[in-house]
Write a protein that binds this ligand. Structure first.
Ligand SMILES: NC(=O)c1ccc[n+]([C@@H]2O[C@H](COP(=O)([O-])OP(=O)(O)OC[C@H]3O[C@@H](n4cnc5c(N)ncnc54)[C@H](OP(=O)(O)O)[C@@H]3O)[C@@H](O)[C@H]2O)c1
Length: 247
């Protein structure tokens, strides 16, 4: 009887071990700058739910709980090349979902503009082993019937808002001026300041705002935004260009 039970027991132990250590075939190591932010934290949760390994980056990692499986948090600064190089080396993808103004609110001082340049420098340093980057951009850098949102809704020079929205524009142009960097700038079509559900259903586009049947910007919930970010990481369709999403 004991001899018959032993192989079954071994199979059971082996199965339990396999379940406990299961990782999907497509699992990637994803670095998320802005893991503590509104969008970044949802991107972290979406990636973890799909079995990816996530390294979150924060200026104050000691404040971030790390109890989730496959999640770790490190100290880092998206404006510092040495810091970024040490964190992103060996990763498959980097998400830049950050926000920050400079002392004069100049667009070129905004964290998005600076971080894009830092990533480009890091990518050049890492060469063929560099990860791809998906950088969260601003919806006002999209066009509506050929008119740039930044021109249609002018901001006041010298304000933080002006520096941030035009900083997104500069970041996009920095990536566009490269040929070797694997980049995607991800600009939702608008209507995203809500706590809407994750539907997993959305449309994608390129440089034009996606609109609804009444011609208004087609909004998207922040959870679906996060789903779309990880969809693009898993099934790349927009490397070397800007993309948009909306319902
Ligand atoms: N919220 C939206 O619905 C929405 C829609 C479209 C686009 N976006 C764009 O998405 C990006 C993120 O937006 P959000 O609303 O999630 O921002 P948020 O909640 O204000 O989060 C900003 C993040 O930036 C990080 N950060 C600031 N300075 C940093 C530095 N020097 N190095 C590394 N990380 C730094 C912060 O992390 P620590 O404080 O932990 O360091 C924080 O997690 C922005 O560029 C925004 O324009 C947002």
């Amino acid at each position: 009887m004991k001899a018959k039970l032993l192989p079954a027991l071994l199979r059971c132990v082996a199965f339990s071990f396999a379940v406990a250590t299961f990782t999907p075939a497509h699992a990637a190591t994803i670095v998320v700058y802005g893991a503590t932010g509104k969008i970044g934290s949802l991107i972290v949760d979406e990636a973890l739910a799909r079995g990816h390994k996530v390294i979150g980056v924060s200026r104050t990692p000691e404040k971030v709980p790390t109890t989730k499986p496959n999640f770790s948090i490190v100290a880092g600064d998206a404006s510092n090349l040495d810091s970024m190089l040490s964190i992103i080396k060996g990763a498959d993808a980097v998400i830049l979902s950050v926000r920050g103004s400079g002392p004069n609110n100049f667009p070129e001082e905004s964290l998005d503009a600076v971080a894009s340049k830092v990533f480009i420098a890091a990518s050049r340093r890492l060469g063929k082993d560099a990860p791809r980057v998906l950088h969260l951009g601003g919806g006002s850098t999209l066009y509506t019937k050929g008119v740039l949102g930044l021109d249609a809704r002018p901001s006041t020079e010298g304000t933080a808002q002006h520096g941030l929205v035009w900083g997104h524009w500069l970041a996009l142009q920095n990536y566009r001026a490269t040929t070797s960097v694997k980049w995607t700038v991800f600009c939702p079509s608008g209507g995203y300041e809500n706590d809407g559900p994750r539907t997993g259903k959305y449309r994608t586009g390129w440089d034009e705002v996606l609109t609804d049947k009444d011609g208004r910007p087609a909004g998207i919930s922040q959870r679906d935004m996060a789903a779309a970010v990880i969809d693009e990481i898993e099934h790349p369709k927009s490397i070397g260009r800007r993309m948009t999403v909306g319902y």
